[in-house]
Design a protein around this ligand. Structure first.
Ligand SMILES: Cc1ncc(COP(=O)(O)O)c(C=O)c1O
Length: 450
């Protein structure tokens, strides 16, 4: 094995197609249902919010979907992203595990989110949309959408979860640098926002309702979602497609373990689904693991049932692991992992036993992130640190067992705008706040019975 560290593809080797896991799943995922009629939703039900190509991608069973050339052109600003062998981190852990991280922090917004914001804005622009609305938690998605909107000349309105708006003014500034407009959610601009106290800490579910409410009222305005939906996961598969090629470049015959953090599920699915395809085809046999925070343990403690994607009940009902659509998680620092549910496709794969999940406390994740930063030189986003913490657990187990597993871990973004969270951790003020059984039961009580 060479001592090479970075496995970099040429621009010409960037994927030309996104991969759709639906084509290869042993059983079809349950359809989304209309929130009022509880009948499967048709394309017309989604037309007020999304352009035709995204609706088509939401329901397609085609294995591959071609990436339009104008989107590839923007991707080339930062893709292919590097796959990096964590040699220094491995050494510090004293492990024989070979750890590779796929680093999405090289994108203009600093995370994987641009992989979907660019095509979403592109398709909307094709249909004359002049303004997009969205929600953002940690601020990464709002930044990515504002960046893509600036490229295609579309206005961008971002409802930022109140707690994050209050504590992350720089993230707001970055969105504004890219030309977006930020509203604290709950805002006074929507009926749903006005139904809540102005100083409410907000949640992703509330911010989604506000952004959907505004888009649904005007034909020239559409809505963009940063995770959860099938088309978003589809766009993220460029991550896994590149990683497969890069692992081969590294001389590995496959991965033993693929790990990603999961909030709504998009970076995880983007990395994992191409590996799952290879496993289903019998080409390699990685265990695939989604990591979530102990304070928002959707996959590990939620229920697999139909629920709304937002708090106000405006979105279709989707079958997914959920903690309840009005669940408000404690304000942990991994804002992007504070979503009440999980992508239907990830949920289905977990339910079918194709993917495993684990929940970790945030203190362990920050502790891991420091060790990673001090060896690899990258400050991980708090969300990504969840994936790293699980990789560390496995690497330490491997050290004890004397094994040498190949671990591929998704480093979905950098944390350079999350230094406030690091400051709290370094000052010893960071607390773990695992979800209590009582709070879980209360949140699940409002999930509709279908
Ligand atoms: C860096 C980073 N990683 C992960 C996530 C979680 O989202 P998803 O599960 O859709 O990848 C976010 C969301 O904001 C994020 O910013």
């Amino acid at each position: 094995m060479s001592e090479q560290i970075r496995f970099v593809l040429d621009e010409s080797q960037m994927p030309t197609h996104w991969y759709n896991i639906v084509a290869d799943l042993p059983t079809p995922p349950p359809p989304p249902l209309h929130p009022a009629t509880h009948e499967p939703v048709g394309p017309d039900d989604l037309a007020a919010l999304f352009p035709p190509e995204l609706i088509e991608q939401e329901v397609t069973t085609e294995r591959f979907v071609e990436i339009p050339e104008p989107v590839r052109e923007v991707y080339r600003q930062y893709r292919p992203s590097p796959l990096i062998r964590a040699r220094r981190w491995e050494q510090s852990l004293g492990t024989g595990a070979r750890i590779y991280y796929k680093y999405e922090g090289v994108s203009p917004a600093g995370s994987h989110k641009t992989n979907t914001s660019v095509p979403q804005v592109y398709y909307n622009r094709l249909h004359g949309v002049t303004r997009l609305t969205t929600e953002t938690g940690a601020g990464q998605w709002g930044t990515a959408l504002a960046y893509a909107c600036s490229l295609f000349g579309v206005e961008c309105d971002v409802w930022q979860v109140g707690a994050s708006f209050d504590t992350k003014p720089q993230r707001r500034t970055l969105i504004e640098v890219f030309g977006g407009t930020v509203h604290r959610s709950p805002s006074r601009l929507t009926e749903f926002g006005r139904s809540l106290p102005e100083d409410h800490p907000g949640s992703l579910g509330i911010a989604i309702t506000e952004a959907v409410e505004v888009a649904a009222q005007d034909d020239s305005v559409k809505y963009a979602l940063g995770s959860v939906l099938n088309h978003v996961l589809l766009h993220q598969t460029v991550i896994g497609e590149e990683a497969l090629k890069q692992l081969e470049l590294a001389g590995e015959s496959g991965a033993d373990l693929v790990i990603g953090c999961a909030g709504g599920g998009s970076n995880f699915a983007g990395l994992a689904f191409p590996f799952l395809r290879e496993r289903l085809a019998g080409h390699q046999s990685p265990r695939i693991l989604a990591v979530e925070p102990a304070s928002c343990p959707t996959l590990t403690r939620g229920e697999y049932r139909y629920d709304f994607g937002d708090t106000g009940g405006m979105t279709p009902l989707m079958k997914m692991y959920t903690l309840g659509h009005d669940f408000v998680p404690s304000p942990i620092h991994a804002g992007g992992l504070r979503y009440h549910a999980m992508a239907p496709l990830v949920s289905h794969a977990v339910h079918e036993g194709l993917i495993d999940a684990v929940a970790l406390p945030q203190s362990e994740c920050f502790d891991t992130a420091l060790g990673f930063a001090r060896t690899e030189g990258i400050v991980p986003a708090p969300e990504s640190s969840h994936a790293l913490a699980q990789a560390r657990r496995v690497a330490l187990e491997a050290a004890d067992a004397g094994t040498e597993p190949v671990i591929v871990v998704g480093l979905s973004g950098h944390g350079l705008l999350e230094l406030g969270a690091y400051e709290t951790y370094l000052a010893g003020r960071l607390e773990d706040d695992p979800l209590s059984d009582e709070d879980l039961a209360a949140a699940l009580a409002n999930v509709p019975t279908i």
